[in-house]
Design a binder for this molecule. Structure first.
Ligand SMILES: *[C@@H]1O[C@H](CO)[C@@H](O)[C@H](O)[C@H]1NC(C)=O
Ligand SMILES: *[C@@H]1O[C@H](CO)[C@@H](O)[C@H](O)[C@H]1NC(C)=O
Ligand SMILES: *[C@@H]1O[C@H](CO)[C@@H](O)[C@H](O)[C@H]1NC(C)=O
Ligand SMILES: *[C@@H]1O[C@H](CO)[C@@H](O)[C@H](O)[C@H]1NC(C)=O
Length: 228
């Protein structure tokens, strides 16, 4: 290959890479709206939470996801400008606290936006839309998992539950679709740590969450004796 051929090839490869990096829409199959149960999150963490947890499911994040399990992450270079969410801050502090460190909410939100939210284009237009969408889902559309469980008489009393009781209670509120549960053994007890509610990739209808944690995974939820 001559020098012209080399230059040509290098230019082509370079252009292709630039094209790939600049295309803003990354394909994904569905959204998982992940909420975490604060006391179990604190129990799961190697260092204790700086403030006592509330007995509530609050937002972990809204995650564009793929059925094949290879979820898009950090789809574009973007940094959350806290000014864009000034008007949402009061609500976000309630529904989306940084449970591990309540003095660093913005750090948590920034990370979720960069790692997950920015991959939700075009359903999620921008950062402001990401955060307002989550507020709408949790509050207006009543996807508050604490509320959903409480309506089905499952309150955070630290009692032992069956997986079916938890799944059925949640399913009733999401068009009889299946949520994704995440459990963890803390202090020799299996605790319910997270619940994912799944919707299609334009957030118009609930779907069964794919990819339950399999038996053998540290996050597997057994049939019985799940504490919540
Ligand atoms: C997983 O699915 C997505 C969306 O359909 C696709 O873009 C991606 O290439 C797939 N990844 C793997 C490892 O199969
Ligand atoms: C979510 O539901 C719980 C349990 O009903 C309730 O205590 C909490 O205030 C709700 N959160 C919001 C922001 O509505
Ligand atoms: C672990 O469980 C034991 C027995 O129930 C209890 O006394 C202890 O306080 C627990 N420790 C933690 C860190 O929760
Ligand atoms: C959203 O996606 C679903 C399934 O992929 C499709 O049936 C529906 O028409 C879409 N709605 C809009 C408004 O694009």
């Amino acid at each position: 290959m001559g020098i012209t051929g080399m230059i040509y090839m290098v230019t082509m490869v370079f252009s292709l890479i630039v094209l790939m990096l600049s295309s803003s829409a990354v394909k994904f199959d569905y959204f998982q709206f992940t909420q975490q149960y604060q006391p179990a999150v604190c129990n799961s963490n190697p260092t204790p939470c700086k403030d006592p947890p509330d007995k509530l499911f609050t937002v972990h994040g809204l995650w564009p996801s793929n059925v094949n399990g290879s979820d898009p992450k950090k789809c574009k270079a973007t940094i959350l400008n806290p000014q864009t969410i000034t008007n949402l801050k009061a609500q976000l502090e309630i529904i989306w606290p940084n449970v591990l460190n309540r003095r660093a909410h913005v750090r948590f939100w920034r990370k979720q936006w960069r790692k997950h939210g920015a991959c939700g284009y075009p359903t999620i237009a921008d950062d402001m839309h990401y955060f307002s969408t989550v507020i709408e889902m949790y509050i207006t559309k009543k996807q508050n998992v604490s509320e959903i469980l409480s309506k089905a008489k499952i309150k955070p009393e630290g009692r032992f539950r069956t997986r079916d009781d938890i799944v059925n209670a949640i399913s009733q509120s999401i068009d009889y679709k299946k949520p994704k549960l995440k459990c963890k053994i803390n202090n020799q007890t299996t605790e319910l740590v997270e619940v994912g509610l799944c919707s299609d990739n334009n957030l118009t209808q609930f779907i069964n969450c794919p990819n339950p944690f399999p038996q053998g995974s540290p996050y597997f939820c057994p049939t019985n004796n799940i504490r919540y």
